[in-house]
Structures are given as structure tokens and as C-alpha cells.
Design a protein around this ligand. Structure first.
Ligand code: FMN
Length: 199
């Protein structure tokens, strides 16, 4: 049995030190992201996940928008480190904004009233699956990324800037680019704490 899938999962890590030294052409990166999201499972095959894929100056722009919002919220003495962090996200090749389409969630709630409470949860879970698929696919292509959550602070500015449909709810941001630093060791809790195997 091939362990290439587990190998890919192990290789995917959070990379904050991003650069622009990526050889893969933009259209191939877009295809990778689209394939990963398209193939990710979703509840009732609802395909509720949406993505806005930003490259170059458009990616820099989104982190500028986040910075503008945070400047009005973060205390002045702490803003320097916040700005440095946001600049590190902007230093990459691009950013994927992950959304969940609330119209899809509402339609499912109406159609399958018995499960109405579950659909928002399943939408979140489907989004997480799409995010992991993209993160792992990028990693396999040698591209580093991290997962950020500046929603809902920057939602309004982002919707306005890219004319994002009102029903798309921003759930996560994934800045990506070249690996500019090695990634450190990861610690794991004991298997006995998290697994029960019976039979
Ligand atoms: C649901 C979820 C939310 C996360 N949110 C953030 C975040 O807001 N900012 C961040 O820097 N990392 C975030 N992370 C990344 C985790 O901190 C990271 O995956 C974890 O520490 C394990 O490290 P690894 O990604 O290198 O395996 C998030 C990860 C998950 C799964």
C-alpha cells in the first residue's frame, strides 16, 4: 500500500515565512486550488465552499485592507507586531479567501427541515475539508501556506473590493508562497489520549 497520502499529510505544515520564489505558473496554481476544492466532500454534496483566489498586487491589497481595519482596533503600541505579521502574509505569491455560501445552507435547511440545525455545522466542516485539501495540494507542489482568520473584521471591505456575492460568508484566509525558512518540529499528544481501538 502506498503511503503517499499520509506522506502528503505529514508534509503539510504551517509556513509563515513566505516569498515569491515559486516556479509553478499561476494558471497551474489556480487549477490545483480549484481541483482540490471541487474534489473535497461536502454534506449532501452541497458544494457550499467558495474561493476568491488573489495573486500579486491583489493579494497585497487584501492584507492592506486587513491592516487598515486592525489599525483602528489594535492598541498603537501593539500595532507594530501586527503590521509585521500582516506584511509577512503579503510577502507571498497569493492568498486564497475561503467562503461558505449561506444561500446553499438556507436552501438545504428548507428542503430537509429535519436536519435544519445541522446544515450550518456541516457547511463549516465541509469548508474545513476544502481548506485541508488545498493546503495539502499546495504543500505537495512545494508551496508553503498558513491558515488565518481575520473574519469578520475585514468582511465588508473584502466584499466591496472584489464584488463578492452577499451570500458568501468569509471563513478563512490562506496566504501562500515559497518556503523561506525551514519549518520546526511538531509535537504530538500521546496516541492513548486520542484513540480508542476496539475489536
Ligand atoms: C481550524 C483551524 C484554525 C486555525 N487558525 C489559525 C489562525 O487563525 N492563525 C494561524 O496562524 N494559524 C491557524 N491555524 C494553524 C494551526 O495553528 C496549525 O495548523 C497547528 O499549530 C499545527 O501546525 P501545522 O499546521 O504546522 O501542522 C489554524 C488551524 C486550524 C485547523
Amino acid at each position: 500500500m502506498s503511503d503517499s497520502f499520509i506522506g502528503a499529510l505529514k508534509q503539510r505544515r504551517t509556513q509563515y515565512a513566505l516569498g515569491r520564489n515559486v516556479d509553478l505558473p499561476q494558471e497551474k496554481i489556480v487549477a490545483l486550488i480549484q481541483d482540490a476544492i471541487r474534489e473535497a466532500p461536502s454534506s449532501f454534496n452541497s458544494q457550499s465552499s467558495r474561493a476568491l483566489i488573489l495573486f500579486g498586487d491583489q493579494s497585497v491589497k487584501v492584507w492592506g485592507l486587513v491592516k487598515d481595519v486592525l489599525e483602528g482596533i489594535v492598541p498603537a503600541d501593539a500595532f507594530g507586531s501586527t503590521a509585521t505579521k500582516l506584511d509577512s502574509f503579503a510577502a507571498g505569491v497569493g492568498t486564497i479567501l475561503f467562503f461558505e455560501d449561506q444561500d446553499v445552507v438556507k436552501q438545504l435547511q428548507e428542503k430537509f427541515a429535519l436536519y435544519a440545525d445541522n446544515f450550518p455545522v456541516w457547511s463549516e466542516q465541509s469548508g474545513g475539508m476544502a481548506q485541508l485539501a488545498v493546503w495539502t495540494a499546495l504543500s505537495e507542489a512545494g508551496i508553503g501556506a498558513s491558515l488565518q482568520h481575520y473574519n469578520p473584521l475585514a468582511d465588508e471591505a473584502i466584499h466591496r473590493e472584489w464584488n463578492v456575492p452577499a451570500s458568501w460568508k468569509l471563513r478563512a484566509q490562506m496566504p501562500f508562497g515559497s518556503h523561506e525558512q525551514p519549518i520546526g518540529e511538531k509535537s504530538y499528544i500521546d496516541d492513548t489520549t486520542r484513540f480508542i481501538v476496539a475489536g
